[in-house]
Design a protein around this ligand. Structure first.
Ligand SMILES: C[S@@+](CC[C@H](N)C(=O)[O-])C[C@H]1O[C@@H](n2cnc3c(N)ncnc32)[C@H](O)[C@@H]1O
Ligand SMILES: [Zn+2]
Length: 261
């Protein structure tokens, strides 16, 4: 038996599809509190130096494009909680998952890299864009091995699909999230099952990130895109794709606006 290479703390785990992907790549995962099991991150503390990494997908409804009302402030509060636990745990690295509109989380003492990835680049026929933010104590960077994008994709699996009359079959829903079949969650109602699975990080996406972290390298040893997306660049190029240049431009414009306030 091969012993796990690193010990991780998984925050906001839910049913932890994210952590399952890391386990599949050989990490050992300890799960933190979650409201669905009656425990709140706000009451949770960790001793320093015990975990190699901290991972988590904080709640995203406040940052979701589908949101029709003003954000509640809970999304930002939970990002602060993620940061607080990272600072308490002092891991070598951390990884945060959320939707594209989540703000940058820069944590004191850690580098910062932001990586966008679609489930359709992880071998899944689902249009699900997620942003990962990665920080490393020694400034290491990660490069994700995306697969050729699947063009013929189904809509994103959402947490609310269970209450939709036209919902996809539960087994299909699980498969689109990278599970082998219908995930057995005996203590959950059917709509709670859809919610938990729809909230998760597709397992193959989690595995790609886990593998990238196992192969993280010092920033000066590779040439990666200047936008931070983790794609390699060749020759004299600074950006991997036209969208990378636009992303940096948008960030600069946002910073100009902040400067002028
Ligand atoms: C996006 S889901 C996480 C999904 C998980 N990463 C996965 O891949 O399966 C966010 C989770 O945060 C939990 N949560 C929200 N507020 C919380 C709080 N105050 N304390 C602990 N967990 C909380 C929710 O119950 C939900 O399970
Ligand atoms: Zn890029």
């Amino acid at each position: 038996m091969t012993l796990p290479s690193q010990l991780l703390l998984s925050l906001f785990p839910g049913i932890d599809l994210l952590g399952r992907g890391f386990e599949a790549e050989g990490f050992s995962v300890v799960r933190g509190p979650d409201l669905i099991y009656g425990s709140d991150i706000r009451d949770f503390h960790v001793p320093p130096g015990r975990f190699d990494g901290v991972i988590g997908g904080s709640p995203c409804p406040d940052f979701s494009k589908a949101r029709r009302t003003a954000p509640t402030g809970n999304g930002l509060e939970m990002l602060d909680e993620f940061q607080r636990v990272v600072l308490e745990a002092r891991p070598t690295w951390w990884l945060l998952e959320n939707v594209a509109q989540v703000p940058d989380l820069v944590i004191d003492g850690y580098s910062h890299q932001r990586i966008d990835i679609n489930a359709s680049e992880c071998g899944l026929p689902q249009n699900r864009l997620r942003h990962f933010q990665f920080g490393h104590r020694d400034g290491h960077v990660i490069s994700v091995s995306r697969q050729p994008r699947i063009v013929d994709v189904e809509p994103c699996c959402t947490a609310s699909e269970g209450s939709d009359q036209n919902r996809r079959d539960y087994r299909r829903f699980c498969q689109l999230q990278g599970l082998p079949g219908a995930l057995d969650l005996p203590a959950f109602t059917l709509s709670a099952r859809y919610r938990a699975v729809g909230n998760g990080v597709p397992v193959p996406m989690a595995r790609l990130l886990a593998s990238a972290i196992l192969h993280s390298v010092p920033a000066d040893s590779v040439r990666l895109c200047s936008c931070g997306c983790g794609r390699p660049v060749y020759g004299r190029a600074s950006f991997a794709e036209p969208s990378c240049r636009k992303r940096v431009q948008r960030r600069r414009e946002r910073l100009d606006v902040i400067d002028q306030v």
